[in-house]
Design a protein around this ligand. Structure first.
Ligand code: BGC
Length: 380
């Protein structure tokens, strides 16, 4: 009898310890921002061999280690070794959340309910990725690591006060990252406001599936699930038209090497690939995930599939990378990585109500929701 009781006590104690141990997600210091905030780095692991590091500054992805077809791991995301790198002028939003309005707003101006708003213009005449000093990539977010159903994650939260960076409304946001055992990074965004506002949150991870610091993505093969794109003017503001990709270098409906036609775009205002694609949702319900993109590195066999419930994806081919020093002494050459940013279309605030253009206005009582899945795999 005594032995049975002991066993029960032992089992209960052991399962408590095991449970607690499993819930611990390693966290380490990552430096201090110039204004004295402590930045931390969490390491998340999946049973499938994916290791992802996230930091609270910018609620950002710092690294993504993923196996190739032979099980050999490489870090496929661009980044820096500490927070000082992210605060340097060489930072081009590596891995961060961008917003409140990711992408461009023409002249930094928009009208909402008859009221005119003026945002900071940090990209020539336009507003880009939420503005200047208090854009979301620069904020140190609250972080709550979690483990649920054998999967690890971190939920970041931040309330942007009314008027911050010129945007109306106290905007309460959460960005929940989950690293699944199927080697996916699932990013779930949610936001509410107390005044009507405009919003477009996205993640700005740069990928090179051969490993960060590899010299080019020209041999990566891309498929985009888009028949149309939003053509842009000289300052990368959409003209309002939704044009067919057919017979242009933007036609990725069949898997095509990125380098095959990129030089046809070098002399354009985009300077290469830097376009918003209108995703084919083919009657998918609101909130339903559809495949946006499939990126394959034929050499390593690593693949990345992007799924989203958003209407667009910005395919940015790293045209402004300039050989800056990144993690572990690697350098990041021109066009050596790409971003696939799930989003509403650029400058949607100035195209509301136009045929085919998505809503980007959030009103009190509504909840903004956006899911993006970066699913890693291998191909033979
Ligand atoms: C934009 C580029 C911009 C880059 C900045 C991308 O999302 O499309 O035009 O230069 O972000 O890192």
């Amino acid at each position: 009898m005594l032995r049975v009781i002991n066993l029960v006590v032992f089992t209960a104690a052991f399962s408590t310890i095991a449970h607690r141990a499993a819930a611990v997600i390693p966290v380490e210091g990552f430096g201090q921002t110039k204004d004295g905030s402590q930045v931390k780095l969490w390491t998340l692991n999946s049973k499938g061999g994916l290791t992802v590091r996230l930091m609270n500054r910018g609620a950002a992805i710092v690294s993504i280690e993923v196996p190739d077809r032979d099980g050999k791991k490489a870090d496929v995301a661009l980044g820096f070794d500490d927070v000082a790198g992210y605060e340097s002028p060489d930072n081009q939003y590596f891995g961060t959340i961008v917003g409140r309005y990711g992408n461009r707003i023409a002249g930094g101006k928009f009208q909402l309910d008859g009221k005119q708003y003026q945002l900071f213009t940090n990209d020539g005449p336009n507003h880009l990725h939420g503005g200047d000093g208090r854009s979301l990539d620069k904020i140190v977010w609250q972080a709550e690591p979690f483990e649920s159903g054998g999967q690890q994650g971190v939920t970041f939260s931040y309330t942007s006060p009314d008027g911050e960076e010129g945007y109306p409304g106290n905007l309460k946001m959460t960005v929940k990252y989950t690293v699944s055992n199927k080697n996916e990074i699932r990013i779930e965004y949610a936001a509410t406001t107390d005044k009507p506002t405009v919003l477009n949150l996205t993640n700005h991870a740069y990928f090179n599936l051969a490993g960060h610091g590899s010299p080019t993505i020209n041999e990566h093969v891309l498929r985009l699930n888009a028949d149309r794109y939003t053509p842009v003017d000289e300052t990368l503001i959409p003209t309002g038209e939704l044009a067919p990709v057919a017979d242009t270098p933007l036609d990725f409906r069949q898997p095509t090497a990125i380098g095959k036609r990129v030089d046809e775009l070098t002399a354009t205002s985009a300077k290469g690939y830097d376009h918003n694609f209108v995703l084919n949702r083919d009657g998918a319900a609101a909130g339903e995930l559809v495949e946006a993109a499939v990126l394959v590195d034929p050499k390593s066999g690593r693949t990345l599939t992007v799924l989203t419930d958003q209407p667009g994806v910005q395919f940015y081919g790293g045209n402004f990378l300039k050989g800056q020093a990144g993690k572990q002494g690697k350098t990041y050459a021109h066009r050596s990585a790409c971003c696939l940013e799930t989003q509403v279309f650029p400058d949607s605030p100035n195209n509301q109500g136009k045929e085919g253009w998505p809503n980007c206005v959030l009103r009190p009582g509504e909840t903004y929701k956006h899911t993006c899945v970066y699913a890693f795999g291998t191909a033979r």
